[in-house]
Design a protein around this ligand. Structure first.
Ligand code: ADP
Ligand code: MG
Length: 250
């Protein structure tokens, strides 16, 4: 196992490289010999049937799962600096009756002061700036449990962007979001990666969004089955075989 930085010989100022990655849990091989390369400013969509190992791959990159192989990052400024990774988990559930507000949620992550004591003016301003990044300042006093799927994803995205990461990882951010909300979220991700020049790695089952937004699509089914532009992957024999055989979302 090896996490480190590398020289970025690909010519981009920062990138993520996964080489010969294998993940075993107990006796089961969950991922086998995965190789991928994500440049900054790029949006990469990870697709595959249920149980393909997509979430496991993200957790491994996040450092939450043991593995064999190499995961390395090159970060601008220093060869030894560790990358900052922002993570939006798969649809966390919040109780609609719970009184926790968006501001409370940010306060828990950004301040040592107990959230029930309220936020200082300075912290509230900082939270507003975070929410502005996803055009959601108006949500600051809403209760988290009452947010729509799209609003919740925007709030979680704003949390993942503080501090600004080098790589943003999202696990099925479009599930539970209506069509209009999906477009808003994808437009926002597109704007964020251009503005902050960060790599985005996201799992999605919504193939209709791929051609418009993704630079690269990776089809995973325990192994990396195929990889390329959205057109190349969606029109491939591999794509038809994997999703017809497994009864995917086509
Ligand atoms: P996906 O996100 O593509 O649906 P996952 O990465 O969640 O797939 O899971 C891939 C496989 O790994 C599944 O068969 C799942 O049961 C297994 N798996 C994931 N996490 C664990 C775990 N902690 N213990 C045992 N098996 C696991
Ligand atoms: Mg998953």
């Amino acid at each position: 196992m090896n996490i480190g930085t590398h020289g970025g010989a690909c010519g981009h100022s920062c990138c993520l490289r996964v080489q010969d990655l294998t993940v075993k849990i107990g006796a089961d091989t969950i991922l086998e010999n995965i190789n991928l390369h994500a440049h900054c400013g790029e949006m990469i969509a990870l697709i595959g049937p249920n149980g393909a190992g997509k979430s496991t791959l993200l957790k491994t990159i996040l450092g939450q799962q043991a593995y064999d192989g190499i995961i390395s990052f090159s970060v601008p400024g220093s060869r030894n600096r560790k990358p900052k990774i922002g993570y939006v988990p798969q649809s966390p559930a919040f109780d609609p009756g719970d009184s926790v507000t968006v501001a409370d949620l940010f306060a828990c992550c950004m301040s040592k002061r107990p959230a029930f004591l309220g936020q200082s003016k300075a912290l509230r301003e900082k939270i507003s700036v975070c929410l502005e990044r996803v055009h959601s300042e108006s949500l600051i006093d809403k209760r988290v449990g009452t947010l729509s799927g799209g609003e919740l994803q925007r709030v979680l995205l704003a949390l993942a962007l503080e501090p600004l990461p080098n790589i943003l990882i999202l696990d099925e951010p479009l599930s539970g979001v209506d069509v209009e909300g999906m477009e808003t979220l994808m437009d926002m991700l597109d704007e964020i990666r251009k503005t902050y020049d960060l790599s985005i790695l996201m799992i999605t089952h919504d193939f209709s969004m791929l051609s418009r937004y993704a630079d690269q699509v990776i089809l995973l089914d325990k192994q990396l089955i195929c990889q390329g532009t959205p057109g190349e992957v969606l029109n491939s024999e591999d794509f038809r075989r994997v999703f017809h055989r497994k009864g995917g979302n086509l």
